[in-house]
Design a protein. Structure first.
Lengths: 78, 165
């Protein structure tokens, strides 16, 4: 699917905003899973990373967001 | 300002004095979408970066490169070591110009990292379950080499990168 950069940005921002709004609900339903968010909805989920990479290849989107959902807060220091 | 780490900047303000780019705080991480293009490899993708004012340089995760269709092992190891809380480690580096575009509505601002973008690699010595865990936890990082071009505002639920006039 061809997307121009403005479309990619809008879709990407919308996906990120949707994730921020819904993260608490996602923690209940998709805890410890990878999800793919496209057009503000979950189009694939799996606990295995390689399966998510395969799903992304089929989706072929430059704006889809791939996220690992975790309810347990991990202390991270960069 | 744009010469650090060999950066070049360009914007397309359409009658607007201040460019502002919006991100969101997700699971306690301030995140902002950046469109990353690696022209030499004909690859591009929107990447969600964690804004990290404590990082000297920006870096892309092995995961995001793979989702872009690139295998991190094709890129060379850096000559210098990096230091993190886990100790010292050696990254790989995208050894060709990387275009990073920030966008909002009709505004865009492009930063070209000529010196190459660091890759946060997972050591091949890791066990498969450790590798999976590292992939889950390792984000792409927007460090001070890029952030020093912006005024950075972090709020409770959102983040703004503002390009000074």
């Amino acid at each position: 699917m061809k997307q121009d950069i403005a479309q990619i940005f809008k879709a990407s921002c919308d996906n990120l905003k949707w994730l921020e709004k819904n993260y608490d609900n996602l923690k209940e339903n998709y805890d410890s899973k990878w999800i793919i968010v496209q057009n503000r909805e979950i189009v694939a989920s799996d606990s295995n990373y390689e399966k998510i990479v395969s799903a992304m290849k089929k989706i072929d989107s430059k704006s889809a967001l791939v996220e690992y959902v975790q309810s347990e807060q991990v202390a991270m220091f960069f | 300002m744009c010469n650090q780490n060999r950066l070049r900047c360009s914007s397309n303000p359409k009658g607007c004095l201040t460019l502002k780019f919006i991100g969101f705080v997700i699971n306690k991480q301030p995140r902002i979408p950046v469109f990353v293009e690696i022209i030499a490899h004909h690859k591009s993708r929107a990447v969600s970066f964690v804004v990290d004012s404590g990082a000297t340089y920006s870096a892309i995760s092995e995961k995001e490169l793979e989702l872009m269709g690139l295998d991190s092992s094709i890129f060379p190891e850096e000559k210098k070591i990096s230091i993190g809380f886990g100790g010292t480690f050696r990254n790989r580096i995208v050894n060709c110009p990387v275009h990073m575009t920030f966008g909002s509505d009709e505004q865009k601002h492009k930063i070209v990292v000529d010196g190459g973008l660091k890759i946060i690699c997972i050591s091949p010595d890791r066990k498969p379950e450790e590798r999976e865990k590292m992939l889950q936890l390792t984000p792409s990082i927007l460090g001070m080499d890029v952030l020093c071009n912006f005024n950075v505002h972090i709020y409770r639920r959102r983040i703004e990168l503002e390009l000074p006039e």
